[in-house]
Ligand binder design. Structure first.
Ligand SMILES: [Zn+2]
Ligand SMILES: [Zn+2]
Length: 241
């Protein structure tokens, strides 16, 4: 009770303001965006349940896209609610290549909030696993952006975060210009589980879903280590079409 009163008093003295427009945010929200700026983000409204690629207008009643129907990926579900453009693109860039911790926290909080509206509590995965960086990239960057995004999810959904469950062997050069096939070939055998699982559902956390090659590689490694099912959770998605 005393803590709640102190928190309200603190909030009235130091109300948190929107990162984009400096307006005051809702007092009960932990997201540093006002309602208007949050609604104006490039949300993907109807997406494939399996890979999060937006569904065409004539297929919005379908659960999966044609690609996943023909050739299902090793992960069972993907949540990636924002298109990688405008502000989300800037935030991901800041998180990866700048200091960007506030942007990473914002992306993780937006994703956590979306997940609470998307999953029923009994459907939630058992563990969070961030996509690991190679030691070389981690040393150069100083932080793993997937861990920064996973922390608000861990706190909001109370799912244990296994930071060291997977390692990334060796160093793969930037994959940005590569096709999905080239990425898949590049990533073969690169993720190695450091523990065994016994049928649990794992949510893999990353900053952006692009071709799905990284997601497929890490999902396959987790399934080989005994996971029952793998979900992919990223705040943003690049669009393939
Ligand atoms: Zn705003
Ligand atoms: Zn799909």
């Amino acid at each position: 009770m005393i803590i709640a009163v102190r928190f309200r008093a603190f909030n009235s003295l130091f109300p948190h303001v929107c990162m984009l427009c400096d307006q005051r945010c809702e007092s009960n929200s932990n997201i540093d965006l006002c309602e208007y700026c949050r609604d104006a983000l490039p949300w993907i409204r109807h997406a494939c349940h399996r890979c999060a690629e937006p569904l065409p207008l004539d297929a919005i009643d379908s659960r999966v896209c044609l690609t996943c129907a023909k050739n299902p990926p090793p992960f069972a579900r993907t949540i990636a609610p924002l298109r990688l453009e405008s502000y989300p693109r800037h935030w991901v860039h800041q998180l990866k290549y700048g200091a960007g911790l506030a942007e990473g926290r914002l992306l993780g909080t937006l994703l956590a909030d979306h997940l609470t509206k998307t999953y029923r509590p009994e459907e939630l995965p058992d563990y969070l696993v961030p996509v690991p960086l190679s030691w070389l990239r981690l040393a150069a960057r100083g932080h793993n952006q997937a861990v920064i995004i996973a922390i608000p999810i861990q706190r909001t959904l109370h799912i244990p975060l296994l930071r060291t469950a997977m390692i990334r062997k060796g160093h793969v050069a930037s994959q940005q210009q590569l096709s999905r096939y080239a990425r898949l070939k590049n990533l073969r055998g690169i993720f190695v589980a450091q523990r065994e699982f016994s049928g649990e559902t794992i949510a893999v956390v990353d900053d952006v879903m692009t071709t799905g090659a990284t997601a497929a590689a890490i999902a396959s490694a987790l399934l080989a280590a005994g996971a029952g099912s793998v979900h992919i959770w990223c705040p943003t998605r690049t669009l393939l079409s």
